[in-house]
Design a protein around this ligand. Sequence first.
Ligand code: PEP
Ligand code: MN
Length: 630
Amino acid sequence: MIIILKQNINLRDKEYLRSFLEDKGFKVREIIGEAETIFGAVGNISIDLRQVEILSGVSRVIPISKPYKLASRELKKENTIVNIGRVKIGGNRIAVIAGPCAVESKEQMFKAAQAVRESGAVMLRGGAFKPRTSPYSFQGMGEEGLKILKDAGDSVGLPVVSEIVGTEYVDMMKDYVDVFQIGARNMQNFELLKAVGAIGMPVVLKRGLSATIEEWLMAAEYLMAHGSDNIILCERGIRTFETYTRNTLDLSAIPVVQKLSHLPIIVDPSHATGLRAKVPPMALAAIAAGADGLVVEVHPDPDNAMSDGPQSLYPEEFEKLMRDLQALSPVVGKEIEKIHENRPINVRTTDKASNIIDKNIAFQGVQGAYSEKAIHRYFGDDVIAVPQPEFIDVFETVLQGKASFGVIPVENSLAGTINENIDLLLRYPDIAVVGEYKLRIIHNLIGMPGAVLKDIRKVYSHPQGLAQCADFFEKHKEMKGIPFYDTAGAVEHLSDLKDPSCAAIAGEEAARVYGMNIIKESIETNPRNYTKFFILTRADRAEYEQANRAAFVFSTPDKPGALFSCLKVLADSGINMNKLESRPIQGKPWQYMFFLSVDIPEDSHAFENALDKLRNFSEDLRVLGKYKVD
Ligand code: PEP
Ligand code: MN
């Protein structure tokens, strides 16, 4: 059962409730969610729910209808994010685990580790105990293999995952692996599930060869009931009548599981297909279907692999797949998970004074704004997004050292440049651009809980939000768009209005933050709707190593061909321009500044030389920032 606690429950009542349930034989889990704290009580005991409902501090008691309890979405509404050191799996990330089927030698593993790390994998795989169909096939290197796997992972800074095949290995393996894998053949080895669950470490739980989704979730329940909360489900294909591929990849399991469970789900296209050429298309399809990540077999020399060579990617193929995933990620509104070292890499972290406020990142708007989402996508979940009333306050907060970075929108793919922010960049020479982030914008129609589409008459949003949903308003002439200062602010306003005929257009986060409902998802006219954000910091903190993009401004003398001569310098130096915008110069009517963003060529001297030349043809050239884009 799920016991929803009153917000003001005191510690004594909470502890009484816990021991009351435990005395009756329940296992109790406390789950602290965004909106409420709950106790999940599971066990094979029947009890009259009213006995719990009357206890002090209890708000409501709801029975869980599914046979799996701890794994069920009924118990926990929010997605579980599994933390493995610096790596996170779940939420808005695409985490890619890669490596060979089996550990074969030190040389093979170190080569594989290097290759997959370079291409962007966040975890290294390698089997040391191989559950092979034939007793005569290579069975794995055992503990010796685990040592190699761990050393190879350490050599490139990747956590490692390896399969466990028997309870007797739990103690030995826990010192070598960061994540246990329970293989398809062992999904219903209940003794193994109990023993691995009791260790409390993260587990990749593969779907059994012929397991139903319910059986699979029940296996996860075994792990959770015995003490592990961090389960990553892995769809790896199931047995069907089809024999062309090794298994049949059940992609529909992804959305099904996501509805039933809060646990992250990843896909193994290698074992699902058994054929190298089929791995990349199915990997992309899995991500398109909503998977939280992939496990891909990659071998430095697949032709001589001791197991699963025909389905293992060559390192170059894996690199290509990662690039394709990069292109796909904004479409599904996710970010490829990376090993977060000290992002952004081009900002000094040794600046002592700033360490205190390093976690504060300023943005304009209220909680739930798209800028806030961009902050967490770019910096991760551990930073504090600090709302500011106006864009200028973002600049001031960063300048005064109250936030270490600021995040501002600079351009929308449909509505164009946000000129106010370009002007602010010109006005604040002590602020530098140190990064950029592109976020896919999905607008939703959001209303009061219980509000329905046909009753909506007034729709509040930022003018850009309203404009980007023009087709929706065309179809719903009964609705009137009302401009508001920002999108998330409009949702906050709704929660004050409490009027079921009013709605707002904003992102899903805003609906969640203000306890509102999404009436209609994704109502933007054009799904190719992206906003580019600039990451700002104080110019004296910015460092420009490894930069591959630059933003700068200059003005030109008032004479024929002035702009042409400047652009010719860039063209002659082979510098690709991604943006050119003219802005009126304040106080000088009819004179213009030009704002540019360009790719810095590999030979950065060519870029510096070009800038020097440019200074001869232009006036007031100022570099706003150099930074790295992926
Ligand atoms: C493996 O990942 O190496 C493996 C044997 O997978 P599965 O259990 O899915 O067959
Ligand atoms: Mn394999």
